[in-house]
Ligand binder design. Structure first.
Ligand code: TXA
Ligand code: MG
Length: 344
């Protein structure tokens, strides 16, 4: 296992190492602007199998194919619908994955057996350099053991993949902290499959039409994206979300901490001001969703490092980026919500 620091990516020997590792079917963990990814040659079935094995990922959950430039799109997709163009122009490179009809050159192993393929061009310069050095499209799911919180720090990928991959690129903390928005554009009206930093409002603004939001359907319906049906982002401890008025929630936290000093609370700092406990983690200000987004997964992993058994998080504003934050939290909590308003 070799570690390359992102600042050394311009060295020829490191680019050659990335190229040779990927060409021989190896795995390379690298940072993107959203979360760390675990990459392999999207044209090599054996390499793709290794990703599923390393992550313990169900084989029907498709991988996103990462490209360095739009020019490579034609290698992967059989059709580019008209509305793809404004989306690509506005949001690529960036945290938007578009689902297209796949070309036969894209293996069913990568797409989980689907006729479609998710494509993303990261805006992270580090990711761009890695994909360019690899010289092939890279399949790259989030670099976490399946079901665990995604990795936003280099230490997280070491936790999950030390000695299990060939190459790791250390880029420090990622900038966004939540995985890309996934949008299916194979239907006449696009379908939002996973909310992210590119919000539904932003997409609708660019397309000048209302899109279908399938992200809430995941609980009861047949999942539209295979990734929706699996346990996700979960810390080891039992996580519950707490819903209610701000003061009710703070009161609930106070009372809970009095009964059990060992419980963990992850919250915007406004909630924590007067609380006393061993495991209180601030994710930033409740008025700054960007800051909260970057800190969520780290906070969940820190609770695990401290072996916290019971964790509470207040429900947060779910508008725009908040939708993506709440989507991850609801899954991390396996839909456990303590509703303080109930029965009122
Ligand atoms: O930000 C990201 O997207 C990160 C970084 C590394 O790029 N990657 C990532 O990959 O989050 P992963 O594998 O953890 O999540 C991919 C999601 C899954 O929910 C999967 O079901 C969905 O995208 N997806 C991929 N291809 C799809 C397809 N053809 N149709 C529907 N959903 C698809
Ligand atoms: Mg993932």
């Amino acid at each position: 296992m070799v570690i390359i620091h992102a600042s050394d990516l311009n060295l020829k020997e490191n680019q050659e190492l990335i190229s040779s590792t990927i060409k021989k079917g190896g795995l390379c963990v690298f940072p993107t602007e959203t979360v760390y990814g675990i990459g392999a040659d999207a044209t090599n079935d054996d390499a793709i199998k290794k990703i599923f094995l390393a992550k313990g990922r169900p084989s029907d959950n498709p991988l996103i194919v990462h490209l360095a430039s739009k020019d490579d799109l034609v290698q992967c997709v059989s059709e580019i619908p008209a509305l793809a163009h404004p989306l690509m122009d506005h949001f690529w490179p960036g945290p938007l994955t578009l689902v297209f009809k796949k070309k036969s050159s894209i293996s069913y192993l990568a797409t989980g057996g689907l006729e479609t393929v998710g494509i993303r061009i990261p805006s992270s310069i580090i990711a761009k350099h890695v994909i360019e050095a690899a010289g092939v499209p890279l399949c790259a799911p989030s670099a976490n053991i399946s079901g665990r919180p995604s990795a936003t720090l280099f230490t997280h990928v070491l936790e999950d993949f030390k000695d299990k991959v060939d190459l790791l690129i250390d880029g420090g903390k990622v900038t966004i902290g939540l995985e890309s928005t996934v949008l299916d554009i194979t239907t006449p009206i696009p379908v939002l499959l996973r909310p992210g930093a590119i919000t539904k409002t932003m997409i609708e603004h660019v397309l000048n039409l209302s899109i279908i939001d399938a992200t809430e359907d995941a609980i009861t319906d047949v999942p539209k994206s295979p990734g929706m049906k699996y346990r996700h982002y979960a810390p080891h401890g039992e996580l519950s979300l707490v819903r209610g008025e701000f003061h009710q929630v703070v009161h609930f936290f106070e009372q809970s901490l009095k009964q059990n000093h060992e419980i963990g609370i992850i919250a915007p700092h406004e909630y924590l001001l007067n609380l006393k406990g061993k495991h209180l983690i601030s994710i930033g200000s409740m008025h700054d969703p960007n800051e909260m987004a970057t800190n969520i997964f780290e906070a969940l992993r820190t609770m695990d490092q401290h072996h916290v058994n019971i964790i509470y998080i207040p429900t947060l504003n779910d508008k725009d980026l908040g939708q993506a934050i709440m989507n991850r939290l609801i899954k991390a909590a396996s839909h456990r919500i303590i509703d303080l308003d109930e029965g009122r």
